[in-house]
Design a protein around this ligand. Structure first.
Ligand SMILES: NC(=O)c1ccc[n+]([C@@H]2O[C@H](COP(=O)([O-])OP(=O)(O)OC[C@H]3O[C@@H](n4cnc5c(N)ncnc54)[C@H](OP(=O)(O)O)[C@@H]3O)[C@@H](O)[C@H]2O)c1
Length: 268
């Protein structure tokens, strides 16, 4: 019989988080998901929901305390909560850039720091960070999102070495474009600069089209379900054709990749 795990996943109200939590719960794992407003989704899901805002130290502390009052062990933590700030780098305010990092990077750091004492005590645990293709290549008009995901990659790469001796694994899932709410709930850069008026609508419509025509999040849920069961998980897994192909193309044939990327985002 397959081992049943205790899994904690942030941002389980929508998109990847909801899909992963549903999938793991349906497989018999004990799943604790989170949302900033859990009451809104509690009735619609088959797993436990806790309140969590990853941008708040206090909220993270309270949430992990509440989790530990319900379970004696945690097998895996999935840092999934994320947002996207969309717009040219120069048109993004510093506050918006910081907000991007506050959720995508520092949110993951806060949650990880809060659960590591439990994992070290257990001498066992698995941290799964939801990175992105944007953590591997540049994406125009998602510059700070891209920077936050590159930072998450670097953080995870170092963390992996530090935790190996405690039998704690670190994995990054790197999805390409998938159809979730992130492309509807994004924050728009607010400092309008008319020089960008020509390219802004073209790049934004290309980004939205990529998201609209993207595969469903269940593909990533399927992958995470396999990764959770793997005895010796790899450091990274790519999800989606774009995530598998683009970084390789960029590495071996950068000129071809750059020309293709400019065409894709309608910059050429
Ligand atoms: N969709 C893609 O194409 C794609 C590709 C690569 C990577 N990703 C990554 O996948 C992850 C999930 O995104 P998604 O695409 O599934 O988007 P989504 O459908 O918009 O879901 C985002 C989730 O994050 C939660 N969240 C946002 N801000 C939060 C905060 N401050 N504290 C706690 N939770 C917060 C939301 O929960 P509440 O609003 O209920 O709090 C929601 O459950 C993100 O890290 C994203 O960067 C997405």
């Amino acid at each position: 019989m397959r081992e049943k795990k205790v899994v904690f996943i942030t941002g389980a109200s929508s998109g990847f988080g909801l899909s992963i939590a549903n999938k793991l719960a349906s497989e018999g794992h004990k799943v604790y998901g989170t949302s900033r407003a859990p009451a809104k989704v509690k009735e619609r899901v088959n797993f436990d929901m806790l309140q969590l805002d990853v941008t708040s130290d206090e909220s993270v502390r309270d949430c992990i305390q509440s989790l530990l009052s319900r379970t004696e062990r945690i097998d895996a933590v999935i840092n999934n909560a994320g947002v996207a700030v969309v717009g040219a780098i120069e048109e993004t305010t510093l506050e918006q850039a910081k907000f991007q990092f506050e959720t995508n990077l520092w949110g993951c750091v806060r949650v990880t720091k809060a659960v590591l004492p439990v994992f070290r005590r257990q001498r066992k645990g698995h941290i799964i960070n939801i990175g992105s293709l944007a953590g591997l290549v540049g994406v125009p008009f998602e510059g700070f999102y891209t920077a936050s995901k590159h930072a998450l990659e670097g953080y995870s790469k170092s963390l992996r070495y530090e935790l190996e001796t405690f039998n704690i694994r670190v994995t990054v899932i790197e999805p390409g474009f998938f159809k979730t709410n992130i492309h509807h709930s994004f924050v728009s850069a607010t400092e309008r600069i008319s020089d960008y008026d020509g390219i802004r609508p073209k790049v934004l419509s290309a980004l939205l089209a990529s998201a609209e025509n993207a595969p469903p999040p269940e593909i990533v849920a399927e992958l995470v379900s396999k990764v959770i069961r793997t005895q010796n998980p790899k450091f990274s897994y790519r999800a989606g054709k774009d995530a598998r192909l683009f970084p390789i193309l960029n590495f071996f044939f950068p000129n071809i990749y750059n020309a293709g990327a400019k065409r894709k985002f309608r910059l050429a």
